[in-house]
Design a protein around this ligand. Structure first.
Ligand code: B3K
Ligand code: ZN
Length: 881
């Protein structure tokens, strides 16, 4: 057992390892309950470590069977051992070989960290600290070794044996039912990138020839019978490999690249060297079972894990504080890949929606932390939207500030200078500083200061002077542990849109023009004056959402309507409508609470109607424009004393008003964008479906345009999961009379398909009506429900807690109690999953008093429970602090 209340680990305490490991030779005898691991570690004292230091190896729930040094069994007084550490008190201070034998029970491993079994398949997950659950080892990312892995298993049980690197040997064990394979990975790596798989799996194979002619054998391994669903993932993999060569000059470096899909996985996927292991949700797709969003996620995650081969694997992290070095950068890379494969503006809109929904919320609550945290108690709780998504935004800002060429030069230098190393954020920034001659000291605050910066901008046209002045003020709100903040470097991308809709030239008072239309805001206050502005422009601010900030400006609703129609920056056309909608929704929420009449959303409806009527616009884009901010978006913007019922009522009223006022064009678009042929997951076809389904949902909400009848028709005739699921959702929300029938139909069609059943569970947990909590409770007793499968838990309970604001936040607190019970029930078997679920309560302080008290009581009940895991203990403590 690990200590539930470990001392915080601090970045400032980093010390290089005392001992290095150059080679790791593993001999693994797979057995369902008694797997034997023999590890031979070639070690030597680290010249940069402390002289004469003992060898201290990490373990986690390990059972030591034997220990030898240079071939000699060690006497009991030469070492001390517990399940969580192995110490050689006075080792000879020279190169030596340590042989360690441990015994594991993979079938009993419900934490899904280390070596475990998923539907009978042996697999591993070692990031962040899972390798120590396999053998005693210096489990830290700055110990890089060359691994050779021999895996032995029953041929019947595990005909497929996979490891990192290239396969160098395989064979039978004569006279037995066992066989083996030996894998060698020539690239030194930290132990968190170790992986092995053994099982009965089907394979989809392909080849890829790299830019310099290396012939790579590609394999995707899936549960028997599911190979036909791995084709899209394979296609995405090949496109990723080509793109990384073209966009970043990164070429693959082994003869084999394998991906294995497993059903039980704590997160999305894992970038183990040459052997990525995936949650099968992000590999398996067919038109009948996967939605357009599923296809897009598969493409993005396949790319993400592949891109880690350079950003993460060839160059890894010195310590876990540097997690964003690989994650933020790799998210940025996968976002750019998807933008190039699909519609760049729509991709940016979707990414910013997610950023605001998850990261802005995190940054505004008790779990806020810097992109590079300075301290942690449980590293698994720091795989967050801040490290990933804000981390990606910081890289994007670097590119905006340095320009494409400067950015690419910095990346090239990073690959050249740090290949084969465990690096830091300082190393990374130094490459950009050196490649471009830019001082990035102040920019580095983006890694150290938490909280979402705010920009307050006032623009004023001076007709007499023919000038336009922008007064810009920045501030960063206080966050846990950081009461006072310093000013940040914020790239302010902007345009001045003239009355005819054209961008006016941007000439500052001194005659210069900001490069690329980007002003640098680095002081608390600035005044920028543009000259030669003959007509009153409307400023288009933070174009492309170049900076991840909150923006308040003096733009009027007429200005926003104008931008929605004319801005040449598509992101800001979209954002103008969202800003109008949020303004309306905040006012409407207040009106609901005080029993006043709701305001008229005329300007907003006109702006939406204009988008819908504009044939030049991409349907996917129009679909985004018509998607009004979510209940959580509204709650986040209100920021305090939130009543989720009032938010819901305001939003439903707006959607009804839109559906009623635009009934005709919405119904027209629904007809016009019907698919011309069979299903294809490409971005253009997906965009048409997004638009149609958005139209349908607005019509159904308004009871207009035969919305419900059309949804029923679409459900019955659907040849793909996107239409079937969207129409099912619309019917579940707006046609209670039809609900039971369509849900039963859906269940019967897909009862044997776990990934689709997850959707069935998820849809029911998100119905915004008072019976839902009881329904969710009842569904936990459904034969198909299991707390052992993370996807299922997230589908039913996760989506209830994060996707059903009115019912999770029931005024009687029953939603919070249910979550607390589930978290406590799960904590013993899968603490990582339990801690994730608990994250749903992170915004409890913004709730109105009654709910706030109930949420706090649920958190206190968890905090007061004995024997919590470090994972849950950390989240609950910080949530209450
Ligand atoms: N690096 C993994 C995440 C590991 C999570 C460990 N708790 C997947 C990824 O970000 O690519
Ligand atoms: Zn990653």
């Amino acid at each position: 057992m690990r200590d539930a209340d470990p001392k915080p680990i601090r970045l400032v305490d980093y010390r290089p390892p005392d001992w290095l490991v150059d080679t790791v030779d593993l001999d693994i005898g797979l057995h369902p309950t008694a797997t034997v691991i023999r590890a031979r570690l070639g070690m030597r004292p680290n010249p940069a470590g402390r002289e004469g230091a003992p060898i201290v190896l990490d373990g986690d729930e390990l059972v030591l069977k034997s220990l030898a040094l240079d071939g000699e069994t060690l006497a009991g007084n030469a070492y001390s051992v517990t399940p969580s550490s192995l110490t050689l008190l006075a080792p000879p201070q020279r190169a030596l070989t340590l042989e360690i034998e441990t015994l594991l029970d993979p079938s009993a491993n419900t934490k899904l960290m280390g070596l475990y079994r998923s539907s009978g398949t042996y697999c591993t997950q070692c990031e962040a600290e899972g390798f120590r659950r396999i053998t005693y080892f210096p489990d830290r990312p700055d110990v890089l070794a060359v691994y050779t892995t021999r895996i032995e298993a029953e041929r019947e049980e595990a005909p497929v044996l996979l490891g990192n690197g290239n396969k160098v040997e395989e064979g039978e064990l004569p006279g037995t039912t066992r066989h083996f394979a030996v894998w060698h990975d020539p690239w030194p790596k930290p132990c968190y990138l170790f992986a092995l798989v053994g099982g009965r799996l089907d394979r989809v194979g392909d080849r890829f020839v790299t830019a310099t002619g290396r012939d790579v054998e590609l394999g995707i391994y899936v549960e028997p019978g599911k190979a036909a669903r791995a084709g899209y993932a394979m296609d995405a993999l090949k496109r990723s490999m080509r793109w990384d060569e073209e966009a970043f000059g990164c070429e693959y470096d082994l003869d084999v690249f394998n991906i294995v899909a497993v059903a039980d996985f704590n997160m999305g996927a894992m970038e183990n060297k040459g052997l990525n292991i995936f949650n099968d949700k992000y590999v398996l797709a067919s038109p009948e079972t996967a939605t357009d969003n599923d296809y897009a996620s598969i493409e993005g995650i396949i790319a993400h894990e592949y891109f880690h081969n350079w950003t993460g694997n060839r160059i890894t992290c010195r310590d876990w504080f540097q997690l964003c070095l690989k994650e933020g950068l790799t998210v940025f890379r996968d976002q750019e890949f998807s933008a190039d494969q699909r519609s760049r503006p729509v991709k940016r809109i979707i990414d910013v929606r997610l950023l605001k929904a998850y990261q802005f919320t995190e940054d505004a609550g008790p779990l806020a932390h810097p992109v590079r945290p300075a301290t942690y108690r449980e590293i698994n709780n720091f795989y967050t939207a801040t490290v990933y998504e804000k981390g990606a935004e910081v890289v994007r800002m670097l590119k905006t500030l340095l320009g494409s060429e400067g950015f690419r030069n910095g990346m090239d230098l990073y690959f050249e200078r740090h290949d084969g190393q465990a690096a830091t954020i300082e190393d990374f920034l130094a490459c950009f500083a050196d490649a471009t001659g830019t001082d990035l000291a102040q920019f580095a605050l983006w890694y150290a200061q938490s909280g979402t910066p705010q920009l307050a901008i006032t623009g004023e046209w001076n007709p007499a002077e023919r000038s336009y002045r922008l007064d810009v003020e920045q501030s960063v709100p206080p966050t846990p542990g950081q009461p006072d903040k310093q000013p940040m470097v914020i790239p302010l991308a902007l345009g001045l849109v003239g009355p005819s809709g054209e961008d006016l030239p941007l000439t500052l008072a001194d005659g210069t023009s900001p490069a690329g239309g980007v002003l640098t805001v680095d002081a608390p206050r600035h005044s920028f004056v543009f000259r030669d502005v003959a007509e009153r422009p409307v400023p288009s601010l933070n174009r492309g959402f170049a900076a991840p900030v909150r923006l308040a400006s003096n733009l009027s609703s007429d200005d926003l309507v104008f931008l929605a129609r004319h801005d040449r920056d598509p992101f800001n056309r979209f954002e103008a409508v969202q800003t109008l909608a949020l303004g309306y929704l905040i006012e409407a929420t207040q009106a609901v609470r005080s029993g006043r009449n709701l305001p008229e959303p005329a300007a907003l409806i006109a702006a939406m109607g204009a988008s819908l009527a504009d044939p030049a616009l991409d349907p996917a884009f129009v679909g985004q424009v018509l998607t009004v901010p979510s209940e959580s978006d509204i709650a986040r913007e209100i920021g305090r004393d939130v009543d989720p019922d009032a938010v819901y009522a305001a939003r439903a009223t707006l959607r009804r008003a839109v559906g009623t006022a635009l009934a005709e064009p919405l119904a027209g678009a629904f007809e016009r964008f019907a698919a011309p042929g069979p299903y294809s997951p490409d971005a253009a076809s997906a965009g048409r479906r997004t638009l149609r389904n958005t139209c349908l949902s607005l019509l159904a909400e308004a009871g207009a345009g035969e919305g419900v009848a059309r949804a029923l028709g679409l459900y019955r005739a659907a040849d793909n999961m996107t239409d079937r699921l969207q129409s099912l959702m619309t019917l579940c929300h707006h046609a209670p009379g039809q609900r039971a029938e369509v849900l039963a139909d859906f269940y019967e069609r897909f009862r044997d398909d776990p990934l689709v059943l997850d959707k069935w569970f998820g849809i029911q947990s998100q119905i915004p009506e008072p019976g839902t909590l009881d329904r969710v409770r009842e569904l936990t007793g459904h034969p198909a429900f299991s707390l052992r499968n993370p996807n299922r838990v997230r589908a039913l309970i996760g989506s209830f807690a994060t996707g059903n604001p009115t019912q999770f936040n029931r005024a009687d607190g029953a939603g919070y109690d249910f979550l607390a019970d589930t978290v406590l029930g799960l904590d013993g078997s899968n603490p990582q999953l339990a801690a994730r679920l608990l994250g749903a309560l992170k915004s409890w302080r913004v709730l109105e008093e009654g709910r706030r008290g109930k949420a706090e009581a649920a958190l206190r009940r968890i905090a007061g429970t004995a024997g919590l895991s470090p994972d849950v203990s950390d989240i609950v403590t910080r949530s209450l602090a």
